[in-house]
Design a protein around this ligand. Sequence first.
Ligand SMILES: Cc1ncc(COP(=O)(O)O)c(C=O)c1O
Length: 461
Amino acid sequence: MTTRTTAEWQAADAAHFLHPFTDFQALAKKGARIITHAENIYLRDSEGQRILDAMSGLWCVNVGYGQQALIDAATRQMQELPFYNAFFQTATPPAIELAELLAEVAPPGLRHVFFAGSGSEGNDTVVRMVRRYWDLQGQPERQVIIGRWNGYHGSTMAGASLGGMKYMHAQGGLPIPGITHIEQPYWWLHGRPAGLSRDDFGKVAAGWLEQKILEVGPEKVAAFIGEPIQGAGGVIVPPATYWPEIQRICDQYGILLVSDEVICGFGRTGNWFGCQTVGSRPDLITFAKGVTSGYVPLGGVLVGERVARALIEQGGEFEHGYTYSGHPVACAVALANIRLIREQHLVEHVRDELGPWLAEAFAQLAEHPLVGEVQTCGAMGALLLVKDKSSGEAFPAEQEVGMLCRGHCFGNGLIMRAVGDRMIIAPPLVMTRAQVDEMVALIRRCLDLTLADLNARGWVA
Ligand SMILES: Cc1ncc(COP(=O)(O)O)c(C=O)c1O
């Protein structure tokens, strides 16, 4: 890599690089922020500014930046065997060892793994596997997979279809056939205005799954997919009553339950997997991101006994796979990452320390005049910005108040993401108490700056 000035990087970027989920023209006018280095929980940009990364990259750098064990694992594996595939009855030691280790840390009953290159690919595998399972059961008419509005399952054709982002469906003729959606379990938006308690709303929202199953016809429904806690939708923590009721409904109709743990897996919620936090027993788990802490791309699907037995014992050939399924370097890094999570007791750290510290700090932020709702779960959190704290009235969407706040965060050395007016965090799991305090002080300052900004525009009461 050459060394250039920020302006030079930005010009070359605008000339050639089409970024994901980006208005290319708007970015070219503004110029991308160029991130050049990172250590622990801090990034450095091409201007030398130090930035606290409260989003772990993109919900993935669970062990923080600069972990030598992961770097060494990649180097060693690249020297020994940089690539070999897992097609044609071959395997490499890192892929076998990782499959074995994943079976150890996975919830009971999920003892097999299919590797992919990303979360989106993992969810494509889910669609293929779920439909193949029902074919093998002699019920090929069971094709329909139910997802949720405002759920996120990736950006491939299948991933974006399973997800419920309507703006994604609008481009490219999605969803693909056989995928349908129910409303999300977002109490503030759907339960609070109806005067429901969180617990009552959780049961009502789970009941929407049963209604959809009956509408589609139970004999046609193959699976339900959901994130234990919606990430990209805005860190929406469902009521405690939701997932147990979803589980009951899946059991009652015999449909497969898929837990998309691309964000919630590998310690994020204070357990190895989010389903253990919310109380579900999935047949399939999609994973990616935290499995390598994002150091190299890797994703996949953990497969429970019911599906694994059918695929293995009745299956014949499963006509699906990727060049990089079980990539040896990615698997070697994942092994080092999972061992590090274990050695440093990061899951316990989130459960017993980081999670409670964040919950306490966010409860204090709830007193800020701009904040309506706060939610945290383990190392994830959301602050909803509202126009009127007492009534909970929202800002008009076109004012883009979340983006305004995000701008203040960027300007003050803090990466916090805005989903509408929900300001969200998912920091590296290695965060210390002092770093939580530092982050919360930055968040408070940015909330104050946003409020001053809104006052100056006359946008608050
Ligand atoms: C829950 C969930 N599933 C799937 C994906 C897609 O993963 P990827 O971007 O690695 O394809 C994401 C990405 O953010 C995600 O949050």
